[in-house]
Design a protein around this ligand. Structure first.
Ligand SMILES: Cc1cc2nc3c(=O)[nH]c(=O)nc-3n(C[C@H](O)[C@H](O)[C@H](O)COP(=O)(O)O)c2cc1C
Length: 205
């Protein structure tokens, strides 16, 4: 594959990588790419072994990148042991990759509540019914759990399970990669200075 679509230079990337991420995200939306908010989340467990899986980006603000999950999941245990994580986006139609590294923390409970309550009832029940990442003897357990919670919450508002909520990844490194011809790709890296400002550099492809 020879990448021919675009180039990326220091001036275009600007001074604020979160703002530039929003620009690229908007361009991916305009290009009608499906699941542009699917990102690989890499964590490491207490032994330092890496684990990766896809989660969906559900919020982006000045601080960082938000997704929602089960706090008692395998990823939740990794995060409790080691708050250093990485995120990865690949938008192949635009020949772009974004690598994000930083620290992760739970979002305030009020934020998790608002997002949880915005979800379809079936997804809310699913959050109660699935002990994410646990071994289960067979599929039926999920259906049994689901029906149990359906009954429990019948005719009343479903509340957020305490084990379910959001995390925010606060970045300290963000690299924008634009594919170029002959493997001479553009890589612009932002490294946080720790005071809200960023150092920008170019890496060899
Ligand atoms: C497209 C896609 C989107 C997903 N989005 C989420 C998500 O937002 N939150 C989540 O907990 N799991 C999501 N998953 C499932 C995770 O990849 C993973 O199976 C699950 O979170 C359990 O991971 P863990 O056992 O490492 O904790 C998604 C999977 C795919 C393929």
């Amino acid at each position: 594959m020879d990448y021919m679509l675009a180039a990326l230079d220091e001036a275009t990337a600007g001074a604020d990588p979160l703002a530039f991420f929003s620009t690229w995200f908007g361009e991916a939306e305009k290009a009608q790419i499906t699941e542009i908010n699917a990102m690989t989340l890499a964590t490491a467990d207490a032994q330092g072994r890496p684990h990766a899986r896809i989660v969906l980006l559900k919020g982006l603000d000045d601080r960082g990148f938000v997704f929602f999950t089960n706090y008692d999941s395998a990823k939740g245990a990794d995060i409790a042991a080691n708050p250093q994580v990485a995120l990865l986006f690949f938008w192949k139609e635009l020949e772009r990759q974004v690598r994000i590294e930083g620290t992760i923390e739970q979002v305030p409970a009020s934020e998790s509540d608002s997002y949880f309550l915005s979800r379809p009832r079936g997804s809310m029940l699913g959050a109660w019914a699935s002990p994410q990442s646990r071994e289960i003897p067979h599929r039926n357990i999920l259906d049994t759990n689901y029906s149990r919670y359906e009954q429990e919450f019948s005719g009343i508002d479903i509340v957020r399970p305490p084990h379910w909520g959001g995390y925010i990844v606060v970045p300290n490194r963000i690299e924008f990669w634009q594919g170029r011809s002959s493997r001479m790709h553009d890589r612009i890296l932002f490294t946080g200075n720790g005071d809200g400002t960023w150092r920008k550099s170019r890496l060899a492809p």
